[in-house]
Design a protein around this ligand. Structure first.
Ligand SMILES: [Zn+2]
Length: 316
């Protein structure tokens, strides 16, 4: 699948031409062509134009909203207008989000039913979900009262999924590594098993039955942090070889008192502990030195690190 960065900015920035959080994942030949599908993670301010200039927005398989801060969802308003006024009858797009999104959109326009005119809004639930050819693991993270991080990968056939799930089950019974999962077996003699078990740590909730370890046999994926304040929240989502796309709102730090965010070093620690193949940093506030952000991340993660800007594309 291909990752296209539509918006890499946070709540505010002085970076001209930027747009806030929005990441498009495309599979196959793209919507409108054979076998194509597209999943959108967040749609912050200014990102709709980047979306609409990349693909026809009504062809989206679904939009996933990580949490209800405006820099992650506010351009659902232009998406709604586009779907309602550009087509007769209006087209519709499926939107999965924390509770209350439709009410907030309705309140913006002072009109009950504003969102429902073109958006099919549903709640998000922790676990593994299928959206067309994509498998998405949804996990709660510490930020707002209801915030999520996502792991997206291409779906694996049911037989492989069952096999992986069985492996994970016997593994969990066999030792107490829990969320470390069976991938540590495949990692060979480098001794990552104890690392992985440590990473699972006190977050025993991470080892839930719908945890990502059941996808051990699947392809590498993309883990998106949303907004998050704890490294421990992200690690259980990351499988060896994944790409970690993480916020680093306060750059190299420190995080302002009371703000629920990560530094670039925090994101790098998550990437390192989860044995990610690559770290993509995003969502940096104005005035943070890109050189310092990069240096702090590279001190904690040995793999490649990149600071994102709109238009960046990656093969995942
Ligand atoms: Zn936020």
């Amino acid at each position: 699948m291909e990752l296209i960065v539509l918006g890499a900015a946070p709540a505010y920035t002085d970076r001209a031409g930027s747009a806030a959080s929005s990441y498009l994942l495309r599979a196959g030949d793209g919507p409108g062509r054979s076998g194509g599908a597209a999943l959108l993670l967040d749609l912050g301010q200014g990102a709709f134009a980047n979306l609409a200039s990349t693909l026809e927005p009504s062809s989206l398989t679904a939009v996933l909203v990580s949490h209800l801060h405006p820099d992650h969802f506010i351009d659902l308003v232009p998406l709604r207008h586009y779907l309602k006024w550009e087509f007769d009858p209006p087209r519709r797009v499926r939107v999965l989000a924390p509770a209350g999104l439709a009410d907030r959109l309705d309140a913006l326009d002072g009109q009950f039913g504003f969102a429902a005119a073109a958006l099919d809004v549903e709640g998000l639930a922790v676990g593994i979900h299928s959206f067309g050819p994509f498998d998405v693991t949804v996990r709660r993270v510490s930020h707002t009262d209801e915030s999520y991080a996502f792991r997206v990968s291409m779906a694996v056939p049911d037989a492989r999924r069952q096999q992986a799930a069985m492996g994970a089950t016997s593994r969990t019974v066999g030792n107490q590594a829990g969320a470390a999962g069976p991938e540590s077996e495949a990692a060979g003699a480098a001794g990552p098993e104890s690392e992985a078990a440590g990473a699972a740590g006190p977050e025993s909730e991470a080892a839930g039955p719908a945890g990502p370890e059941s996808e051990a046999a699947g392809p590498a994926g993309l883990v998106y942090s949303g907004d998050c304040s704890r490294v421990e929240d992200l690690v259980p989502l990351i499988r060896p070889g994944d790409t970690l796309l993480s916020e680093a709102s306060f750059g190299a730090g420190p995080v302002a008192p009371g703000a629920q965010h990560l530094t670039s070093a925090d994101a790098a620690r998550a990437a390192s502990t989860g044995r990610a193949a690559r770290l993509l940093l995003t969502h940096m506030l104005s005035g943070r030195s890109r050189t310092d952000i990069l240096a702090a991340a590279q001190a904690a993660f040995a793999g490649p690190v990149q600071l994102l800007t709109e238009g960046d594309r990656f093969e995942i």
